[in-house]
Design a protein around this ligand. Structure first.
Ligand SMILES: [Zn+2]
Length: 201
């Protein structure tokens, strides 16, 4: 005896989430079935809305049009680009409210153990932006983890010959150096304590 096919399929669909096994997925689907028809329809419509989400053609941030609100905003300092691993990190920095430059989202960090190489990240667009635009400073705000450091070093090396100031956010972030978990004060300190990347390191 098993659930009708549509329930089985919904359970299977929910298992794409990290940490969601068969039991949890089953619980979620049954909870959805417990909702009133209108609430369930609203839930499904909300998820459907994700189909409108795109990545900004300039910076890789999530947006609903071609270009994100930050890239469109003419009041922001276009001469500074803050490079982050994810849109989640961008949001953490943005919500801390001290940075008025623009961003570039890499969609991950380089990782030899996970087999993530430069071509897998949003790097070409970054270098293109840097070489085309009037960029004076690139702030490397990738996580302060081994992979994050490796990614920062890679970008810095690529910009070695340019006249652009390349800085790295300071240490002092919580263990693992995750940007999205840092509180606003810590993030602000990490930014204001950023240092020019030392090529001899
Ligand atoms: Zn953008």
């Amino acid at each position: 005896m098993n659930y009708p096919k549509s329930i089985q399929q919904a359970i299977e669909a929910l298992r794409i989430f990290p940490g969601v096994g068969a039991k949890s997925a089953e619980r979620y689907v049954l909870a959805l079935l417990d909702l009133s028809d209108s609430k369930r329809e609203q839930f499904i419509a909300d998820l459907h809305g994700l189909n409108h989400v795109r990545q900004c053609k300039v910076c890789g941030n999530y947006c609903e049009g071609e270009i994100c609100e930050i890239c469109k905003d003419e009041n922001r300092d276009g001469s500074t680009i803050c490079v982050v691993a994810s849109a989640k990190d961008l949001l953490a920095i943005e919500n801390a409210g001290f940075f008025n430059g623009r961003y570039h989202v890499l969609n991950g960090v380089l990782s030899s153990s996970k087999g993530i190489y430069p071509q897998d990240l949003n790097l070409d667009a970054l270098f293109e932006r840097i070489h085309q635009g009037n960029i004076q400073e690139v702030v490397l705000a990738t996580p302060l983890t081994m992979d994050g450091e490796m990614t920062a070093m890679y970008i810095d090396r690529k910009l070695n010959d340019s006249k652009i100031l390349v800085t790295r956010i300071a240490r002092g972030l919580p263990m693992g150096g995750q940007i999205d978990y840092a509180d606003m004060t810590t993030l602000k300190q990490a930014f204001s304590g950023r240092k020019k990347v030392d090529h001899d390191e």
